[in-house]
Every structure is written in C-alpha cells, then in structure tokens.
Design a protein. Structure first.
Length: 89
C-alpha cells in the first residue's frame, strides 16, 4: 500500500471515529433531554395521583354522609306519615 493510500485510509478511519463520537454525543444529549422531560412528567403525574386519592377519599366521605342523610330523611318521612295516621284516627 502506498503512503498516500495509507494516509487516506487513516483519515477515513479518523472521520468515522469522529462521526461515531458525534452520534454518541447527540444520542447522550437526546437521552438527557428526554430524561428531563420524563422526570418532569413523572413528578406531575405523582402530584396528580396524590390529588386524585385525596379527591376520592373526600368523595367517599361525601357519599357516606349523603347516604346517612337520605336514610335519616326516609326515617323522618315514615315517622311523619305514621304520626299523621295516628292523628287522623
């Protein structure tokens, strides 16, 4: 192999190495950016999950209170009906 062919081959290899290093760095930067976005979204999701759990607990409590109030209203309604029947006789 002639000296100029060796030089071209070496330059070709150096260019390939440089391209691989650039590709590697670009990939690393893309992964870093993705990780930043992922962490942000993950944090927001965790916050939303906590809020949802709080809202679910509040909703369960409100439903329980409503059911108790409805049951009391039915009892009072029955009592009023019974009282009116007794009063009418």
């Amino acid at each position: 192999m002639a000296a100029d062919e060796k030089d071209r081959y070496i330059r070709s290899l150096i260019d390939k190495i440089n391209m691989f290093e650039l590709d590697k760095r670009a990939t690393e930067l893309a992964v870093e950016e993705f990780q930043t976005h992922f962490d942000s979204v993950s944090s927001s999701l965790d916050s939303l999950k906590k809020d949802m759990e709080s809202l679910k607990a509040e909703l369960r409590e409100e439903r329980s209170k409503r059911k108790k109030a409805e049951a009391n209203a039915r009892k009072l309604e029955l009592k009023l009906k019974d009282d009116k029947i007794i009063d009418n006789q």
